[in-house]
Design a protein around this ligand. Structure first.
Ligand code: ZN
Ligand code: ZN
Ligand code: ZN
Length: 433
């Protein structure tokens, strides 16, 4: 039997065959590999260059083009990020520069890069509520019907063509209905109503009836066939307090987030959480149109991952577990300890922004930034779901969302909050990828 030799690394107790030792210089394979990795790392650190793709560039359109362009991945290059985020550059564009950005998008489309073109168009809509009205013919020409938000401001002519296509184009029926839902003008509402009362033959191929697509555009078809919007145009981002703000905050905040509720979840036993505690008499939140002082939206953050959770509220701070909640078959165990509720301390550092932002800022979740907000159009990660009110069965109105990415280090998913103001019921649900 060949005698094994000890590995030369200090503190390593492995032994190796002489043949291995001859190859590795006396080290075991794991130690050898670790040495090589460290060597590579040293090399990278010594030779890595910083590259500033934005150096000397002041034109925001050029800056955005660079941001949208793919970068070569190279461990020896460290790209210095631009001092503003992409969405901030979009928000600050002048009207003229937004038009130039639109042209840049269509140049990319000409060159065959449909994905980046789409990303720019959606960014213009979300961050600036830019109207693509004039571009709809080009999109239709190209057979681009997705995402539906591109068609938000489609003129009558484009709409009529799409209403025609939807009857004929089986393959794109789903995308066409999404786009029509986003248009949501009188003609579309009338057509959805007709389809509801007299379902077309092609509707059998859909997962939901055609009129149910209205939710994707943020509205529902009421019983009498009119359009009822399910979100507020006013929208305020929820973000981190600046460190100085917490120290010198002079005025009470109109909204607080992620506070411990005194009640427990009847399903899993964990403490309920007040996702949002809103001072509805505050000028900033008057857009909600509620008369009273306080709306609390509570939920069980565990159980709402499995089931929509309804609470009975008043507009004076009451929030109680609704008897209409239906326990799901699976209920998670209770929180095991303090650690898991660390989000309540994260909540203390959140506040709503001073100025409103575009209603559609978060409307296309895949654009990337964190999207906690009060009001505005929701950032659906999956299909649009506006829960039905357990009392009046109308779709409930979206009032805000908390993006867990902003709350916990490796957090993901979004809690969505809804209200039926007439029945005084809130609902919360959760989506993730
Ligand atoms: Zn070793
Ligand atoms: Zn629970
Ligand atoms: Zn209701």
């Amino acid at each position: 039997m060949t005698e094994r030799l000890p590995c030369r690394s200090e503190g390593c107790s492995a032994t190796i065959l002489p043949a291995t030792a001859a190859k590795t210089g006396g080290y075991c394979m794991p130690c050898k590999q670790e040495m090589e990795r460290a060597e590579r790392q040293r090399y990278i650190e010594q030779h890595r260059r910083d590259i500033d793709l934005y150096e000397g560039i002041t034109d925001p359109v050029e800056i955005l083009k660079i941001m949208h362009a793919p970068v070569k991945r190279d461990p020896l290059i460290r790209y210095i990020p631009y001092h503003l985020k992409r969405e901030e550059v979009y928000s600050a564009l002048s009207e003229g520069d937004a038009d130039r950005m639109l042209n840049a998008a269509f140049e990319l489309l000409e060159s065959g890069d449909e994905d980046t073109c789409q990303e720019i168009l959606v960014s213009l809509i979300c961050y600036r509520d830019y109207s693509l009205e004039s571009c709809i013919p080009i999109l239709l020409e190209r057979g681009i019907y997705y995402p539906g938000i591109l068609f938000k401001d489609a003129p009558a002519r484009g709409r009529d063509r799409m209403l025609q296509f939807v009857e004929q184009d089986r393959e794109n029926c789903n995308h066409l209905l999404l786009a029509l839902a986003w248009i949501g003008d009188d003609q579309v509402v009338r057509q959805f109503q007709e389809w509801r009362s007299d379902p077309p033959s092609w509707a059998k191929e859909l997962y939901v009836p055609p009129e149910a697509y209205a939710h994707e555009g943020g509205w529902e078809l009421t019983e009498n066939g009119s359009k009822r919007r399910l979100f507020y145009h006013d929208s305020y981002a929820i973000g981190e307090k600046m460190p100085t703000e917490s120290t010198y905050a002079a005025e009470p905040e109109p909204a607080q987030f992620l506070k411990e509720d005194s009640a427990s979840c009847p399903w899993c036993g964990s403490s309920l959480t007040i996702l949002a505690d809103l001072d509805i008499s505050h000028p900033k939140l008057r857009f909600l149109g509620l008369s009273g002082e306080r709306l609390r939206v509570s939920t069980c953050v565990n159980c709402s991952c499995y089931e929509t959770i309804y609470m009975d509220v008043d507009f004076h701070g009451k929030s109680e577990w609704s008897q209409t909640n239906i326990k799901p078959e699976y209920v998670p165990g209770p929180d095991s300890g303090e650690d898991e509720r660390s989000f309540t301390s994260a909540g203390r550092s959140l506040r709503i922004a001073d100025k409103p932002r575009s209603s559609y800022y978060a409307a296309y979740w895949a654009l990337g930034p964190a999207v906690s907000q009060i009001g505005g159009y929701p950032a659906w990660i999956q299909d649009a779901v506006y829960p039905s009110c357990p009392c009046c069965s109308r779709s409930m109105t979206f009032i805000g969302q908390l993006d867990w990415e902003q709350i916990e280090e490796y957090g993901e998913g979004i809690y969505y909050m809804f209200l039926c103001a007439d029945c005084k019921v809130t609902a919360t649900l959760f989506q993730q990828t």
